[in-house]
Design a protein around this ligand. Structure first.
Ligand code: MN
Length: 266
């Protein structure tokens, strides 16, 4: 019959083993080919350590051969990458492709659709750390196409033979040539040029209107134009904050997102 003492000894032993330090030896688990349904090209994964309750973090080392990449995917609690070798690429949905190199650390926020992988002309390896939520740390999506992985370089803006096209002509000239003509000739050629109001002040008025109407596409180019017209980033931030009280919080929040994007460009 077990006495209280033996029960307590057993309980303490269990507690002690749960608190033991674990050393997982090098190459404990050899690299395995990554599942083809979630990756393109040759990818090997070394699963380094799994999540140990109550901790939720797990880690692995992933090797991408030249041209290889993940599918599009998200992580419920985000992911941190540490590039251990080579040159690779990472992109979030709708964002620019960013080059990553040995020694770089990448933080991917929760639920942001993205992919990562090698370069078209170089291999890349990274450590990947992520935390589980409800037993999973990744949500796999569609493949990254060749065109998404390595998009063709944009054509030069103008050539020696063709005259430079205005921004309005580039944007809408093909579908609405008269609108492009009015934009260039009347709006920018006349209204914006009138001396009765400084271009800087016109920029403030237009930016304010676009924030209030929640028009992120037009706001993007007008924030850049406002900077050219002498409005500082600090002043533009102040306009956005001020308008939260007049135009509504959501309009100001989406404007702040656009401003962040514009201000990051030189
Ligand atoms: Mn990821």
């Amino acid at each position: 019959m077990k006495t209280l003492t033996t029960l307590m000894t057993a309980a303490l032993a269990t507690l002690a083993s749960a608190q033991d330090i674990t050393v997982i030896r090098a190459n404990a688990e050899p690299a395995k080919p990554a599942p083809a349904e979630n990756f393109t090209g040759t990818v090997r994964v070394e699963r380094l350590f799994g999540a140990a309750e109550p901790a939720r973090i797990s880690g692995g080392l992933v090797h991408f051969e030249t041209g290889a990449r993940t599918n599009w995917h998200t992580h419920p609690l985000g992911q941190t990458l540490f590039v251990t070798a080579g040159v690779g690429r990472i992109q979030h949905w709708g964002g620019p492709i960013q080059e990553i190199r040995k020694g770089d650390i990448v933080r991917i926020p929760p639920n942001v659709k993205h992919w990562h992988g090698a370069s078209p002309d170089a291999a890349m390896s990274h450590l990947a750390f992520s935390e589980q939520l409800d037993g999973t740390s990744v949500q796999w999506m569609e493949k990254v196409t060749d065109a998404q992985f390595d998009p063709p370089a944009p054509a030069p803006a103008s050539t020696a033979t063709a005259p430079a096209r205005s921004r309005a002509q580039q944007l809408v000239g093909d579908v609405a040539p008269k609108l492009a003509e009015l934009t260039d000739g009347v709006l920018f050629g006349d209204v914006w040029a009138r001396p009765q109001l400084a271009r800087r002040d016109r920029s403030l008025a237009v930016v304010s209107a676009l924030i209030a109407m929640n028009r992120p596409d037009q706001l993007r180019s007008h924030l850049a134009l406002a900077r050219q017209n002498g409005v500082t980033e600090e002043e533009l931030s102040e306009v956005i904050t001020h308008l939260a009280f007049y135009a509504g919080w959501p309009s100001a929040m989406s404007a702040a997102g656009v401003a962040k994007e514009v201000f990051q460009k030189p």
